[in-house]
Design a protein around this ligand. Structure first.
Ligand code: ZN
Length: 683
């Protein structure tokens, strides 16, 4: 037996995985042993001759599968943030095996009998609320995995889940490969309009790729959005935009369109086996929203208001474009460019100027300081820990009394082998029922590395967003791992993250942390005020871009016969039916819509961001009304939401914070859509 770090006790501080020693070849034997171990543990629980009790069944399950969780968390984090051909091959091999393993547990009849028995007598067991909720969750998860179905249908469901796991894996790998194969190489003559920071970033990448003296634009969001915002070369903007929007939908080995059809078909069959009319109905049944109708209602209200606002914005952009000599219709590769010019003309806010005041390290400090003022936690950098990439940073989190809270890791920069976008994940979740275990949380971003690294305002907001998820993991104070941190329903999980975004707009924070990268001077007050005034600018675009993606998601997952779908045609016709403005592209086109097709968490649930926004806009209004963005009473009530994980119902948690249910007003006002919605249609 080769030395395998997964079979040893980990001795690094805080129980951190021994990253320096973990190699790809350690994973297959570790997965092998870990799945066998869990199967044995499950057998023992299922075949017990004792009468089922909460302790010998539900708590025993919470205790089981420890090695598999340990191996899986390290593997899937590395595969997302720092992958290579070896890890990708293991993912293709093990994703279906792990799905099969999970289904074997879900379909274990003896285990289900014990859970069903406990579930039936749950109110008589003398349990506390979190325990009661845990039984209900376990029972529901098994039922939703097909535990009540006859054997033949169980087998089919298992096969579906196994195949879906493979398709999700391939989908993500195709996007990554398609992204990394594309680059736009520019010469000195192609840089018109590009500010210094973009030229520096493009020259840096060019050098990395051995193209001295040239400039390379890649498909990382920070870089490509910057290019589309500033490049005065319409021809190059078109080339860049089309490459970006067609990721995963190029003919050839990385084409995701056939995969999408198969994924949708299998999901529809999965839903039908479980007794639902569509996959959307299946997913939404276990959500805060509860039904596709409730989601539809929210999306359509916001869609109509967003489109009205777009008609106003389109007029502004067109006037400026024609004054500059553009005599044709605006195209999707024009919007960001002219929107930036209108922003400059109307609000006197220049994104390139603003960026000079957003130094990555300062914005990280702003996030930490905000968490300290709201929740009483501090972040102490640890430079002695071995992590999986030299760019990563680690911070120990402590409470007011200096007690350990958790470990926070940040992996901020775009690089080859890293999935696009920004996300939070964990290497270990908090729990306290057997041992007291603290969370090890990681935030991933895809900023372009610079010296120093400068962020756009949008990047800074993203950093706060992911940090909000991070706090949800770190501040968790629950008993059972299944209920820890971000394990809430998918349409509530964006609440803590989006809620935290509000503090990046707080003038107090900006005055302190938005400082010039060369002089360290704070952002001029006039610029700060203009920046805040411009907050609702271009929100028609942002609303339409996002909501179109959410509508498309819902329609894909409500389709009665997805095996007949032509993905391009379906996208075109669906958006046309919603009267999608022609000069705006959907935020994620199907070919690279990883939320939907690289896994199932956000499938039929992309609306979750807007759903959560109806809560966070409403919740933040509470802080506004109090006159103190750091109001201690409100902060302590908010901390309850961040620390409760899934141990309490989300609706109850929210109502306890706010004292009532949320309304949509705050969201519309926050996006500047109120004027649009009260204006009579057609004007
Ligand atoms: Zn999020």
């Amino acid at each position: 037996m080769i030395d395998n770090p997964f079979f040893e006790a980990w001795t690094a501080p805080f129980g951190l995985p021994p990253f320096g020693r973990i190699r790809p070849e350690h994973f297959p034997p570790a997965f092998e042993r870990a799945t066998m171990e869990e199967s044995d543990e499950i057998s023992l629980i299922a075949r017990s001759r004792e009468t089922p009790t909460f302790s010998n069944t539900v708590e025993a399950l919470e205790r089981s599968g420890r090695l598999l969780k340990r191996v899986g968390k390290v593997f899937f984090n590395l595969n997302a943030s720092s992958t290579n051909a070896a890890l990708e091959a293991i993912a293709r091999d093990w994703a279906p095996k792990l799905a099969q393993h999970q289904m074997r547990i879900a379909h274990n009849a003896e285990l289900f009998e014990r859970i069903a028995d406990l579930h039936a007598r749950r109110v008589r067991l003398g349990l506390e609320l979190d325990q009661l909720r845990l039984i209900e969750r376990r029972y529901l998860d098994l039922v939703r995995s097909g535990a009540l179905l006859p054997a033949e249908q169980k087998r089919r469901l298992s096969a579906i889940c196994e195949r879906l796991a493979t398709l999700h894996t391939l989908f993500a790998q195709n996007v990554l490969h398609d992204e990394s194969e594309w680059q736009l190489v520019l010469g000195e003559g192609d840089l018109e309009g590009l500010p210094g920071f973009l030229r520096t970033a493009a020259a840096h990448i060019s050098r990395e790729r051995g193209l001295e003296g040239r400039y390379v634009i890649t498909l990382g969001r920070s870089l490509i959005e910057g290019f589309l915002t500033f490049s005065a070369r319409r021809d190059l903007r078109q080339i860049a935009f089309e490459a970006w929007s067609r990721r995963g939908a190029h003919e050839g080995a990385n084409d995701n369109r056939p995969l999408i059809r198969e994924i949708l078909t299998l999901r529809a069959e999965q839903a039908a086996l479980l007794g639902y009319a569509s996959y959307a109905a299946f997913k939404l049944d276990d959500s805060m929203a509860k039904s596709a109708e409730a989601v539809d209602e929210l999306l359509r209200q916001v869609w109509d208001a967003g489109k009205l606002q777009v008609s106003v914005e389109r007029g502004q952009l067109r006037r400026l474009a024609s004054a500059e000599g553009l005599n044709t219709d605006l195209e999707p590769w024009d919007w960001r460019y002219y929107a930036e010019k209108v922003r400059q003309a109307t609000y006197n806010v220049d994104a390139a100027e603003v960026k000079q005041y957003f130094v990555l390290n300062n914005i990280v400090s702003a996030a930490f300081d905000t968490a300290a003022r709201l929740f009483g936690v501090s972040f102490i950098e640890r430079t002695d820990l071995v992590l999986y990439h030299p760019d990563m940073r680690a911070y120990e989190v402590r409470d007011q009394d200096g007690r350990h809270v958790g470990l926070f890791l940040q992996d901020n920069f775009a690089r080859p082998g890293k999935r696009s976008g920004a996300w939070m994940s964990s290497f270990r979740v908090q729990e306290s029922f057997a041992d007291v275990v603290s969370a090890i949380v990681v935030n991933n971003n895809n900023f372009s590395k610079g010296n120093p690294t400068l962020l756009s305002f949008d990047d800074a907001r993203t950093l706060f967003h992911e940090f909000g998820h991070g706090l949800h993991g770190l501040l968790s104070r629950v008993r059972y791992p299944t209920q820890s941190g971000t394990s809430v329903r998918q349409d509530f999980v964006e609440f803590p993250s989006q809620m935290f975004e509000h503090w990046i707009y707080e003038p107090e924070n900006l005055r302190k942390y938005a400082r010039h990268y060369q002089t360290d001077e704070p952002i001029p007050e006039a610029l700060l005020q203009r920046l805040l005034e411009a907050r609702t600018y271009n929100q028609g675009f942002a609303t339409v871009e996002y909501t179109a993606a959410a509508l498309l998601d819902l329609e894909f997952h409500r389709h009665p016969a997805p095996n007949a779908i032509d993905v391009d045609q379906f996208e075109r016709e669906t958006l046309a039916a919603f009267e999608m403005p022609a000069e705006i592209a959907v935020r994620h086109r199907p070919g690279h819509f990883q939320h939907l097709f690289a896994g199932s968490d956000y499938a039929a649930t992309y609306y979750a961001y807007l759903w959560a926004e109806s809560l966070d806009a409403d919740a933040y209004q509470n802080f506004r009304d109090s006159g103190n963005p750091f109001d201690p009473t409100l902060a302590s009530r908010l901390k309850t939401i961040y620390s409760s994980g899934d141990s309490r119902d989300a609706k109850e948690l929210y109502a306890a914070f706010r004292g009532r249910e949320p309304t949509l007003d705050a969201l519309l006002r926050q996006r500047g859509l109120v004027a649009a919605i009260v204006r009579p249609a057609g004007r």
